[in-house]
Design a protein around this ligand. Sequence first.
Ligand code: WQD
Length: 339
Amino acid sequence: MRKVLVTGGLGYIGSHTAVELQEAGFEVLIIDDLSNAELNVLDGIVAITGTRPHFEKIDLRVKNDVEDFFRRNKVDGIIHFAASKAVGESVENPLLYYENNLHTLNYLLQQCVKHNIDNFIFSSSCTVYGQPDELPITEDAPVQPAMSPYGNTKQISEEILVDVCHASNLQAISLRYFNPIGAHDSTEIGELPKGTPQNLVPFITQTAVGLRDELSVFGDDYPTPDGSCIRDYIHVVDLAEAHVIALQRLFDKKNEQDYEVFNLGTGRGSSVLEVVNAFEKVNSVKLNYKIVDRRPGDVISVYADTSKAAEVLGWKTKKTMEEALESAWRWEKKVRNKQ
Ligand code: WQD
């Protein structure tokens, strides 16, 4: 049974990917520093798959601890999620992001080279495209100057991977996510942002469940059909499945280059107000919201050209945004014991 290390594996996308990896027959090891995840997410994974991943609480910024992990554990592949990911926080505290998102990648890759771990999947983001000139966005779209230190760490990370793949036997795939939403159908795992949610859908579900008074819609004066920003909202389970397919591609040595990039989106753009209306409709709830000023740094519209992932990976999304919003609501109610 091949062993896969999932860093940040108790986080939102990491935990959903750990489940899909186990269900695909891989042995999963998880490293997480619990800075943005709860240890009981492990119980959720076990509740779904019946198998408890090997877990170690490690801060990947501590080089000796990273070296020690790899001295004690042999793995065949790595899916690297562990990183700080709040755009606004990165603007206020850039050094936290440059340390936590880049030093950790370097220490992991040093171990890959040392221990001949040649299969590496990197969690990247559509944020590297900035505000693209053309929509939908293909992987060939130019990487624009980052709009935040968070986005810059994703761009720099991808450049590091290119160089290391060129200089070693490492084979890597960067997966550029659009906007992950929703929860596993079992509601055993889901999105659990610490503090005030930065992202739209957890703020919506926390408002609907009464934890927040009202949702602020950041602007309705954009050059879009209804004036609110457009994004590509992808069900987190679809996203997780893509990681398994990408890793299998490397294990099977089907990759055509040492370093490959894929957009992971639905190919469909939805505005903030469309998401709000869809949430209300699919869950038969009324959402309290108001229109406020634009949020600095927001791009007007981004959504994916999904043809490369479809043609090369043989992957495309199966779940709709409505299914994601329905699962997100069920999860929120369960977390707040409001079934
Ligand atoms: C979506 C839309 C907001 C909250 C970021 C990162 C990306 C990834 C996902 C980590 C925007 C609007 C939001 C709210 C709102 N991060 N909004 N009220 O900014 O597209 O992407 O998070 O992996 O890399 O860039 O996601 O959910 O914050 O915002 O109106 O309370 O919802 O203005 O138009 P975003 P988001």
